[in-house]
Design a protein around this ligand. Structure first.
Ligand code: SF4
Length: 456
């Protein structure tokens, strides 16, 4: 289903749309406040962008350095070329240790690999331990946002979910009661887990360390209690030196939620005595994207979600309308690289206002890449004939100023006189949800000519 069709489901509930829009804009405002208190913000963005470009230009060397140092620290390093290999590696480690139950902290990479259904099929209980992730897991839904997975859910809906699945008494949407119930439920799961799985925000080539950022401390709780830790890392998450880390942690927290620092910024180096620490380095299409010059910078992404919070289309169409693991503007440039046909509508789900590129902490030219994808998709797929003809006619008209003026004059007169059914019918998709403004009596050019003359 295309983005506009899926978005229809979300926009059918106007209250929810307004509330979703407002909630995300509130996060965007918090981000702006934090950024405005930071005079060297632009220099930091530039530095981060340069570090990422440099790392990607020597990714093979840095990956080898990272692997060598991680192994020297006692970490077991695995390589996965795709999602299938990743999932098989995870399963084989769990089988070796007789793992039946795991706790997992938020990891978009494991979502991308569809790890949960794979493990569940093999009889392993998977508990997402991030509160938002646990909520969508109970609702049997995918996350709708990469930082706030359950942002589309209202408190009363969460209350109902908890009553149904956790057998809690009604909380009437009280967030303190809900959080306490979640804490108690998750604590039991942490205590019983045989293994813990995390994502990775940054891998440091120089030391072999890796960093996991959470606001709930759930990654730490999981790995500190379980005898086996697996951390899955996309190969683009690498940074060269330890001193680069501060550049990214400062950008990430402010861009994501307006915090100065993520509450738990945990650095892992070696396994505790008597435990195992595994790290899986995953490609899954990243080297293909690296080879596409126009789209390479999309691999700079540190998954802060700021481009989603600012995007007027995302805010008013909801994350599920993208039907992709990563929704919003960044998802719209990553997903067509995986399956152009399936995600062909995503680059068009944008006003190209450029707000996403403005807020991106690693300076990805998101709106330009959306525009490149539109061109590539239009050339590679069969565009709707009606759209093709109308675009050709419009293109012709734009190059003929005399005809453009005549058409404008005719349109202004006709619009004022035509019966409503001739303007608002099934061919006018734009007019489904909007009213055209009253046509002006004259064009801007006519007004300008008249006034310029009058002004001498
Ligand atoms: S593209 Fe930029 S703004 Fe969007 S999630 Fe990635 S880092 Fe954040």
């Amino acid at each position: 289903m295309s983005h506009p069709h899926k978005a229809q489901e979300f926009i059918a509930n106007e209250n929810r749309v307004n509330w979703h829009d407002k909630s995300l804009w509130h996060v965007r405002e918090k981000r702006d406040k934090a950024v405005n208190l930071f005079p060297e913000w632009e220099q930091l963005r530039e530095k981060a962008s340069q570090i990422k470009s440099h790392t990607l230009s020597r990714l093979d060397e840095y990956l080898e350095e990272f692997e060598k140092n991680a192994i020297a620290n006692g970490v077991k390093v695995h390589w996965a070329s795709d999602a299938i290999e990743h999932n098989d590696i995870v399963l084989s480690i769990f089988r070796e240790h007789g793992v039946q139950r795991i706790v997992k902290s938020k990891s978009m990479l494991t979502e991308e690999c569809h790890l949960n259904p794979f493990l569940e099929k093999h009889g392993i209980e998977v508990i997402d331990s991030d509160l938002g992730e646990r909520i969508v897991q109970l609702a049997k839904e995918p996350p709708s946002h990469i930082v706030m997975p359950a942002i589309h859910k209202k408190r009363m809906e969460i209350d109902e979910l908890f009553q149904k699945h956790l057998h809690t008494p009604p909380s009437h949407g009280d967030e303190n009661i809900l959080t306490a119930a979640a804490r108690e439920h998750l604590r039991q799961k942490f205590m019983k887990a045989d293994a813990a799985l995390t994502g990775v925000n940054f891998g440091i080539a120089e030391t072999g360390d890796f960093v996991v950022c959470t606001n709930e401390g759930n990654a730490d709780m999981g790995v500190h209690l379980a005898p086996v830790q697996i951390s899955s890392m996309g190969i683009e998450k690498l940074i060269p030196r330890y001193e680069d880390l501060g550049v990214f942690t400062r950008l990430l927290a402010r861009s994501a939620t307006g915090q100065h620092i993520t509450t738990y910024t945990s650095q892992f180096r070696k396994p505790r005595a008597g435990t195992e620490m595994h790290l899986i380095l995953v490609d899954n299409g990243r080297t293909v994207q690296l080879g596409r010059e126009k789209y390479r910078r999309s691999l700079h992404c540190i998954r802060c979600g700021a481009c989603m919070n600012t995007c007027p289309v995302y805010r008013r169409s909801g994350g599920h309308s993208y039907q992709s693991v990563i929704p919003g503007p960044i998802g719209s440039i990553l997903s067509p690289g995986r399956d152009m046909k399936k995600y062909s509508s995503l680059p068009f789900a944008s006003s190209l206002c450029g707000s996403c590129s403005d807020v991106c902490p690693v300076k990805i030219n998101i709106h330009e890449q959306l525009y490149f994808w539109r061109q590539d998709i239009t050339q590679a797929t069969n565009e709707e004939p009606a759209k093709k003809i109308s675009m050709k006619m419009t293109g012709w008209l734009f190059t003929k100023p005399k005809w453009f003026r005549k058409a404008g004059k005719f349109g202004r007169k006709a619009l004022a006189k035509l019966p409503r059914w001739m303007v608002y019918n099934s061919m006018n998709v734009w007019g489904k949800h909007r009213e055209l403004p009253e046509p002006p009596k004259e064009s801007f050019q006519e007004w300008y000519q008249k006034n310029r003359k009058n002004n001498g």
